[in-house]
Design a protein around this ligand. Structure first.
Ligand code: DXP
Ligand SMILES: NCC(=O)COP(=O)(O)O
Length: 246
């Protein structure tokens, strides 16, 4: 089964925020992405609202509900009270919990499931009681998958930054792919669904989907937005979907 594409709109929002002007329109770029075949939209509203703003979320929820009822909304973030409230108010199909400090420039590691498992389990139970699927941002570590499963999460999202970083070093990339493949096999054995994301591109996706055939969903923002500056949002969504087909 081909992994689905969820387009992360953070980079579009960052461009919008440069001026006090309503363009580029985040909701309309999301509409174009869904019209072009994306299966869903992702945002990671950070506490400082540096890119995606809290006010963007109800607009994206309304877009999916009224124009693309089969699409999914995926909200990513660290489970503060503010984030939990944002999710309860905007009711995403999927919540992806990420262990980011507010000061971080971007997401750059997965959860320490042994250290944070109990707290995660409480938040996960809350979201699942509201019929939201929960995914946990995870490093490619097969040995951590049992602790991830014990939290009650539905899926893990493997952090693909370390793989993507070696775009000019095939031996190191191969090692990262092996770690991803082994972690995915263990997650699958335990009944965890498998997502992936961070720094994915048209160039590095085919090897990833070959190494991780269990992949259900990729969420892509930075590389797709950069691609869209050249090919347009609709063209880039089609390019990334083709890359997912291997
Ligand atoms: C969790 C992850 O890797 C990305 O989803 C995240 O959205 C990146 O955040 P920025 O867009 O703020 O870099
Ligand atoms: N979860 C990954 C995501 O949503 C987007 O990451 P990136 O493609 O902006 O690096």
């Amino acid at each position: 089964m081909t992994a689905t594409l969820s387009v992360n709109l953070n980079a579009v929002a960052l461009l919008r925020n440069r001026r006090d002007l309503p363009w580029p329109n985040v909701t309309h770029l999301g509409r174009i992405a869904l019209q072009a075949g994306a299966a869903g939209l992702t945002v990671h509203p950070r506490p400082d609202q540096r890119h995606t703003r809290f006010a963007d979320l109800p607009e994206l929820r309304k877009l999916i509900d009224t124009e693309f009822p089969k699409a999914e909304f995926n909200i990513e973030g660290y489970p503060t009270e503010e984030f939990i409230d944002l999710c309860l108010r905007n009711r995403p199909e999927q919540v992806t919990l990420v262990p980011d400090d507010p000061a971080q420039a971007t997401s750059d590691h997965g959860w320490d499931f042994l250290r944070h498992g109990e707290g995660l389990a409480r938040v996960i139970a809350l979201f699942k009681a509201e019929d939201m699927r929960v995914s946990l941002f995870a490093d490619a570590d097969a040995g951590a998958m049992a602790a991830a499963k014990a939290t009650g999460a539905d899926r893990v999202e493997f952090y693909t930054g370390p793989y993507a970083a070696y775009h000019n070093d095939s031996a190191s990339a191969a090692k990262q792919l092996q770690m991803l493949a082994e972690a995915a096999q263990e997650a699958d054995r335990l009944g965890l669904g498998i997502n992936a994301g961070h720094d994915l591109t048209v160039a590095n996706i085919p090897a990833l989907v070959r190494a991780v055939p269990q992949l259900l969903e990729v969420s892509i923002g930075h590389g797709l937005t950069a691609d869209a500056l050249e090919f347009g949002m609709a063209g880039s969504v089609r390019r990334f979907i083709a890359a997912l087909q291997g």
